[in-house]
Design a protein around this ligand. Structure first.
Ligand SMILES: [Zn+2]
Length: 600
């Protein structure tokens, strides 16, 4: 455990039993924002007030402002080479006040974070009101945000926000490099988006003024879709072209509201079609979630987006994680990101419909991790990507069958890691995500933690696994868990000391390679000695084929590695003469399958 994390446990903001500590705190912002997007010059202009409350025991003499889109500045450090169409001049702050007093802020000198020294320190328990006016250009190249086409924009990370100040690290100062992901406080937002007439705006949060921005017939369709099981067109391509969808004021102001959420994002277009429907996400309370999609004429997959999203929200709510979808809305927007945002996803269209649905499932699964759980993705990407990868695999089993889901998981997730012996691939998962690059980042974030969760489920059994997962999720929903809070919570929920298991999967350079060491025979008793060369505590099947052709499979869970992580033995009471034995890990693909066979 790193020293700063040890300190958090010692000081009681976190607790060894996995609960948030008795002294746990997190800071909070109440954001009231008005943002306009000008399609002519592609400029975003905004004003906001942030009522920021310091719940920490510390006196804050400065605040760190974060503006992720400064990654577009030519001088910004980035994880990859930038296309000229990616580059912009970044953020320009024209006014910055704290409690009404003006501060001189030179945002031109900022990277993706900037420090602002306060005139009066913000004491523990105190709140201050920040008022900021800003502008920035939308980049021509669209990734996680930017111009999707000349009149369709995905406007994410669009406002200067107060960076997270937390109990184990203080101010989050890690620069955004285009690859790493995010870490935000749970805030409350009111968002007003000003867009020219004939532009429809989709955003995180509830649209509170549909009648002010839509023509009556379209406002009616939208409201009807909130209660309807059916997927319907709220606005067709044709209606968008005719300019009959929105109110005809020069500019419309679309108002949205979302509370206890880590970010708000929006998109606008003057030609995308708009579909809607809804799905029952909580059977106990009868709560429904609005499901919407926005897409262009070329997309083959997006006409299915509302239906697919409904399926995903229903499945995740009722199966795994089995927690009702926590928000009132989900909108899928056609773009280029393959990225999640609270209540929104932005996906690249593909003509391969099953693959499109697979990606959509993944992005929607992120609702739980990082958004429901407030994960620090920047440092611990595996705390959300590992779960999204696991959830995508299970919903896939239901949608395309286990065999196909297994094959997709193997080819898309496991193979590239396990078949590449380079050092980068086998860095410990616990490594800070900011300090592993290239292939090491991806496989540390996605496949390795996912396999650890799958092996855990296999070892604990479905019921105990779900109970433990729910305990962790209940405790840390709306808060900021770190890896040790997860480990401790699962230990606590199962009543087991699984530290050997966490150590094995998260703190080592292990990979997967089992081998049959030897087979000893005493009459009908066979002893199969298995060597764990790669080291990961994986489950496996001993597949036995008898001389007469009958087959038998003996499943071993990861528990077999508890006492000796290098070697285990499987006792077989043979029902005849055994001809061959094969070690089969299924999706736990072996780096060297050649040493997994024995024949008599
Ligand atoms: Zn993901």
């Amino acid at each position: 455990m790193p020293r700063n994390i040890q300190k958090a446990y010692l000081q009681g903001t976190r607790s060894a039993d996995g609960k948030p500590g008795k002294k746990y705190w997190q800071n909070h912002g109440k954001y009231d924002m008005s943002i306009s997007v000008n399609p002519q010059n592609k400029l975003v202009n905004g004003t906001e007030t942030i009522l920021y409350t310091n719940h920490s025991p510390d006196t804050l003499k400065s605040v760190t402002i974060r503006f992720v889109n400064n990654v577009h500045k030519p001088e910004a450090p980035r994880s990859v080479l930038a296309d000229p169409d990616f580059l912009t001049t970044g953020l320009n702050i024209s006014s910055f006040t704290v409690n009404g007093a003006k501060l001189e802020v030179d945002s031109k000198k900022w990277g993706t974070t900037g420090d602002v020294k306060l005139k009066a320190p913000l004491l523990p328990g105190q709140a201050a009101t920040f008022a900021i006016s800003w502008s920035y250009p939308l980049s021509k190249q669209s990734g996680r945000e930017g111009q999707i086409d000349s009149t369709t924009f995905f406007v994410a990370y669009a406002y200067p926000r107060i960076s997270v100040y937390d109990d184990y690290n203080g101010w989050d100062l890690i620069p955004h490099n285009g690859r790493n992901e995010f870490y935000n406080d749970f805030n409350d937002y009111t968002l007003a988006v000003k867009a020219p007439k004939n532009y429809v705006v989709w955003a995180t949060g509830d649209l509170t003024n549909p009648d002010e921005v839509l023509q009556p017939a379209f406002a009616e369709r939208l409201k009807k879709s909130y209660l309807s099981e059916e997927v319907s067109h709220i606005a067709t391509f044709d209606e968008m072209k005719k300019g009959i969808v929105t109110q005809q004021k020069e500019w419309n102001t679309w108002k949205f509201m979302a509370t206890n959420i880590v970010d708000v994002t929006f998109s606008l277009s003057n030609h995308y079609a708009w579909d809607g429907g809804s799905v029952l996400v909580d059977k106990k309370t009868g709560r429904r979630t609005s499901v919407q999609a926005a897409y262009g004429e070329n997309a083959k997959d997006f006409p299915h987006a509302v239906d697919w999203t409904k399926q995903a929200l229903f499945w995740f709510s009722n199966n795994l994680p089995g927690v009702p979808y926590p928000f009132s809305k989900m909108t899928a927007v056609q773009g280029f990101a393959d990225m999640e945002y609270p209540m929104m996803v932005n996906d690249t269209p593909t003509p391969d419909l099953p693959f499109s649905q697979f990606v959509m499932n993944h992005e929607i699964a992120h609702t739980y991790f990082p958004f429901y759980m407030g994960i620090n993705e920047t440092r611990y990407a595996y705390m959300d990507e590992g779960w999204a990868t696991t959830l995508e695999y299970f919903i896939g089993q239901q949608q395309v069958g286990k065999e196909k889901a297994d094959s997709l998981y193997k080819t898309f997730r496991v193979k590239r890691w396990i078949s590449d012996p380079s050092t980068e691939q086998d860095q410990p998962v616990i490594s800070l995500s900011t300090q592993v690059s290239g292939v090491g980042y991806g496989n540390n974030a996605y496949v390795k933690p996912s396999l650890s969760y799958l092996a855990l489920k296999d070892m604990l059994g479905d019921e105990a696994f779900l109970k433990a997962l729910h305990l962790y999720m209940d405790r840390w929903n709306g808060k900021h868990p770190i890896p040790w809070d997860f480990f401790n919570s699962i230990n606590d929920a199962t009543g087991m000391d699984l530290n050997w298991y966490w150590n094995n999967w998260f703190f080592t350079n292990n990979y997967i390679d089992l081998a049959i060491e030897k087979v000893s025979i005493k009459g009908s008793k066979y002893t199969l000695d298995v060597k764990n060369i790669g080291g990961f505590a994986v489950p496996f099947n001993a597949l036995i084929t008898y001389a007469d052709g009958t087959k038998q499979s003996l499943h071993q869970t990861a528990a077999v590695w508890k006492n000796n992580q290098k070697q285990t033995s499987v006792q077989i009471s043979a029902t005849g003469k055994i001809a061959t034995i094969v070690l089969d890990g299924g999706i736990f693909m072996d780096a060297k399958p050649a040493n997994n066979n024995w024949s008599n």
